[in-house]
Design a binder for this molecule. Structure first.
Ligand code: SF4
Length: 64
């Protein structure tokens, strides 16, 4: 599994940042999701899975 981030789907709700603050951030201009440090989020991290589960738009998702 890997985590994909599709900024075109992001609505800036911020749930991913609340769920995994060290992994996801929101850019200061548009409030859209971006990975902290530019690294691909670890799909085995429970916080990442929580962020995926709570994102209302599917902008962060787990894919095979
Ligand atoms: S990725 Fe999802 S939870 Fe995170 S800011 Fe965008 S819409 Fe909100």
């Amino acid at each position: 599994m890997r985590v994909v981030i599709d900024r075109s789907l992001c609505i800036g709700a911020g749930m991913c940042v609340l769920g995994a603050p060290g992994v996801f951030d929101q850019d200061p201009e548009e409030g859209l999701v971006e990975p902290v440090g530019g690294d691909a989020p670890d799909p085995g991290n429970p916080a990442v899975r929580r962020a995926v589960d709570t994102c209302p738009s599917g902008a962060v998702a787990l894919v095979p």
